[in-house]
Design a protein around this ligand. Structure first.
Ligand SMILES: *Cc1c(COP(=O)(O)O)cnc(C)c1O
Length: 384
């Protein structure tokens, strides 16, 4: 652990950390004491709060965003033979859930500046089998929603927005999820609000939401005689009440968390100045909710690997992450024929990206510490 000049060790800064206040701890205890711990009144209350937050659109919760994405595909009837277009630079869930429906994930490259799906590249991949677009709002920076929906509408495609990183993000002032087709949020501890594990889908119609309830709970439909019928081969991905109670209290603090993230990122932009220089992420506007802050390392000008840089930062008490590897180059998706060179921007981000600490309980001085450490490490690692 690094020491200050007073000899006191500095605390380790992880790259992400949830904010759990005493109020939340007490509320969870109350929910446990109520003995109604799986899906019940708290889930209904959390879904209602999420719905109010997103322009009164229908919302259902799940055990994860991964489960939510799978249900989104299932309620839209995506099936074997279909194709769904997604970016190569995003988390693995997207391609995996498409694959689990039997459909084919069709990757496209991202824009090197926004790191969001390149919509022109997506247009070129549309075939008679294409059913949906599944873009990610990368790190919380909204995709161009006007262009996205213009493309979808002109080809009669559904859209499942992977908004795992984008709760609280706004496009031209409107919250992501409050308009458009389907949007999926994640409440994993690294995301902007957490339910420990959890996710939610915002729907464009109540009919789809009711269908999703079947897919998340055994396919069950209740009959008038008190027995149950099974109407679809549903799985089980209902959120427990304990998690939903936490989600309600987290949602109350979302605006505050978002503002704090934005302030800390402003500090990064002020202070991060290395030699050789990193490529900083796109700044976006006040609609960017900044789930993570990930510069690209100038690896061509270093005589150390990214892993070395991450280890050197770790020795200085600074945690880092990688968001993300290029999905098309994983074993699972190489088997579809994808290769190095297919998506140069996604591959470059995958090689060079490093996620620096960012979470609401960080202080400005912590950001300064990260900036100083990265400057030292890159100075030491640079090619002479
Ligand atoms: C975290 C994440 C997911 C999956 O969320 P889970 O709740 O962990 O299943 C999907 N997409 C992106 C871009 C993510 O960052």
């Amino acid at each position: 652990m690094p020491a200050t000049d007073t000899g006191r060790p500095l605390p380790f800064l992880p790259f992400a950390r949830p904010t759990i206040d005493e109020n939340m701890v007490e509320a969870l205890s109350d929910t446990l004491r109520s003995l109604w711990i799986t899906s019940g009144p708290q889930v209904l209350a959390f879904e209602a709060a999420l719905s109010r937050h997103h322009g009164d659109r229908p919302v259902r919760t799940f055990t994860s965003a991964t489960a939510a994405l799978e249900v989104a595909l299932l309620v839209l009837g995506i099936e074997p033979g279909d194709e769904v277009i997604l970016p190569a630079q995003t988390f693995f869930s997207c391609a995996n859930m498409i694959t689990r429906t039997g459909a084919r994930p069709v990757f496209v490259d991202v824009d090197p500046v926004t790191r969001n799906m390149n919509l022109e590249a997506a247009r070129d991949k549309i075939t008679s089998r294409t059913r949906a677009l599944m873009p990610t709002h990368f790190a919380g920076l909204p995709l161009d929603m006007d262009a996205l929906y213009a493309l979808a509408e002109s080809h009669g495609l559904r859209v499942i927005e992977d908004a795992a990183l984008a709760i609280g993000s706004r496009w031209k002032g409107r919250l992501i999820g409050s308009f458009g087709d389907l949007a999926s949020f994640s409440f994993h501890p690294n995301k902007n609000i957490t339910t420990i594990e959890g996710g939610a889908l915002v729907f464009s119609s109540e009919e789809l939401a009711v269908r999703a309830e079947k897919f998340r709970f055994h396919g069950i439909s209740r009959l008038p005689d008190g027995t149950r019928d099974v109407v679809v081969p549903g799985g089980k991905s209902n959120m427990p009440d304990v998690n939903a109670r936490l989600g309600l209290l987290q949602l109350e603090r979302l605006d505050e968390f978002t503002r704090r993230r934005q302030q800390l990122v402003a500090r990064y932009f002020e202070c991060l100045d290395t030699d050789p220089p990193c490529i900083l992420p796109a700044r976006g506007d006040e609609g960017h909710s900044w789930n993570f802050f990930a510069p690209l390392l100038p690896l061509e000008r270093l005589n150390r690997s990214r892993k070395d840089v991450m280890d050197m930062l770790h020795q200085r008490g600074i945690g880092t992450g990688i968001s993300y590897e290029a999905t098309h180059l994983t074993t699972q998706y190489r088997a579809l024929g994808y290769r190095e060179g297919d998506f140069p921007h996604s591959e470059r981000i995958a090689r060079e990206t490093i996620t620096l600490p960012l979470y609401p309980s960080m202080h400005e001085t912590d950001v300064d510490r990260v900036c100083v450490a990265l400057r030292e490490v890159l100075h030491e690692a640079r090619k002479k």
